[in-house]
Ligand binder design. Structure first.
Ligand SMILES: Nc1ncnc2c1ncn2[C@@H]1O[C@H](COP(=O)(O)OP(=O)(O)OP(=O)(O)O)[C@@H](O)[C@H]1O
Ligand SMILES: [Mg+2]
Length: 423
């Protein structure tokens, strides 16, 4: 039997997460009747062509993606034709903006009459809100409505059918550098994969991780990857802030290599085995030997000493995270604090340190709600790729249901145009 005799049916979704340390592909199947999602295939390959979310070597990335895809395809017995792709990098910016329109129809007596708000009015106000001036080299990736305000009444999610004179929309816009988006898209296009959407990685990671209560009462999803830390802050069900910090768990490895004068590969192994985000919780007595060349004296370092370097770096990172959370400009505290995902979330004692620095409750985010995941993809490193597979079915949770033309489809159409023009 041909192992890939099944094409990509409508109910099969594919996510591609091209990270700085790993390229990951996931294939899931959604049961159209009961909404259940099942993981069919997963593929991972070391990623050497990405640095801090930016492509530095396209051929290496395409090869890694090709291998990861083949692994997932074989496991799922599905030939991938379309996929949702994650994007990150320091070029990503999130901004809050708003726009307002008059909804009343002026009557003959020149007295404003209350008017029922139509979908057309919502489209108009959203078009106005997102019409910010963007430099030539940037594009809007996501338009994420936060709330609508009718006259003085705020916190409205769906204003269609309500009455009022003035309609205001508050939205969160995520923009990307055009070249960065183009390059990520090219990797998949080169392999003949149609891109259904490009999605900010932290948005995707929040899908299988956060609960509705967390998103309503306030939570920050903090994805600590190898090269970047991606953040999205939720409050009252909408995105209030998003940011990418150009510091990830690889910085710890680099620090260890420098402080202990060893190579990166050795430092990585030591980090995985002995590092703790809190030095006070690491033993001063447990010592490990450093890799030595022949004729060199064997050096020993305690877990406590190692963890001092690690803690210093993580304190710096969480101070930056705390600053980003304040930028969300939410008057109250985030009831649910921060949820950590990505490989960096696996560092020992990280929740304890993060809680101390950002002064909020902290938990680790594991992917939930997808069957078959427990066996192979239960780690926080899979939240992004699994979230990408859910994007198409759950995008409306970001209140995008009323958008006249989903910006993602606009961005994708633009990408298709580029490909026609350039390749
Ligand atoms: N058990 C662990 N303890 C400490 N660090 C870990 C552990 N497992 C993985 N990491 C670190 O997590 C990082 C990889 O995380 P992840 O796989 O989420 O990155 P990525 O998605 O490829 O990168 P990015 O999101 O920045 O593009 C590496 O720096 C790795 O050393
Ligand atoms: Mg990642």
């Amino acid at each position: 039997m041909n192992p890939l005799n099944r094409g990509q049916d409508k109910n099969i979704q594919v996510g591609i997460d091209i990270g700085s340390s790993q390229v990951r592909c996931a294939i899931v199947e959604s049961d159209l009747e009961n909404g259940a999602i099942k993981l069919l295939g997963l593929g991972t390959r070391a990623s050497t062509g990405m640095r801090k979310g930016s492509l530095i070597h396209i051929d290496k990335t395409i090869t890694a993606l090709d291998e990861a895809l083949k692994e997932a395809e074989l496991m799922a017995n599905v030939k991938v034709e379309r996929a949702i792709i994650g994007i990150s990098g320091e070029h990503i910016r999130g901004i809050n903006t708003q726009g307002a329109i008059a909804v009343h129809k002026s009557s003959t007596q020149n007295i404003p009459v209350e008017h029922e708000i139509s979908a057309h009015d919502v489209h108009r106000v959203l078009e106005l809100s997102k019409a910010i001036s963007l430099p030539m080299d940037r594009d809007i990736l996501h338009v994420l409505p936060q709330e609508y305000i009718i006259d003085t009444m705020g916190s409205i999610k769906d204003p269609v059918g309500m009455s009022g004179r003035r309609l205001e929309a508050r939205i969160h816009l995520i923009t990307v550098a055009t070249t960065a988006a183009k390059n990520v898209a090219k990797c998949a296009e080169e392999l003949g994969i149609e891109i259904e959407a490009l999605v900010f990685q932290a948005l995707a990671a929040s899908l299988p991780t956060l609960t509705q209560d967390e998103k309503e009462l306030g939570v920050a999803l903090v994805d600590i990857g190898a090269g970047t830390t991606d953040i999205t802050v939720y409050y009252e069900g909408g995105i209030r802030h998003s940011a990418v910090i150009g510091l990830g768990a690889n910085s710890i490895t680099n620090d260890i290599a420098m402080m202990l004068q060893i190579n990166i590969e050795e430092a990585e192994q030591i980090k995985l085995k002995y590092a703790s985000a809190k030095a006070a919780l690491a033993s001063t007595e447990l010592e490990f030997e450093l890799p030595a060349q022949e004729n060199e004296i064997v050096r020993k370092v305690s877990e406590h000493e190692l963890s001092r370097y690690v803690e210093a770096r993580m304190v710096e990172l969480f101070q930056m995270v705390a600053r980003e959370i304040t930028r969300a400009d939410i008057r109250e505290r985030l009831t649910f604090g921060a949820v950590l995902t990505g490989g960096g979330a696996l560092l020992k004692n990280i929740t304890s340190l993060a809680g101390e620095v950002i002064q909020e409750p902290v938990r680790i985010g594991y992917p939930k709600g997808i069957s078959g995941v427990v066996d192979v993809a239960s780690s926080p490193v899979y939240t992004t790729v699994l979230g990408l597979t859910q994007w198409k079915t759950r995008e409306d949770e970001f209140n995008t249901g009323l958008l006249p033309d989903k910006p993602l489809s606009q961005a994708i159409n633009k990408l298709k145009k580029w490909f026609k023009e350039f390749f």
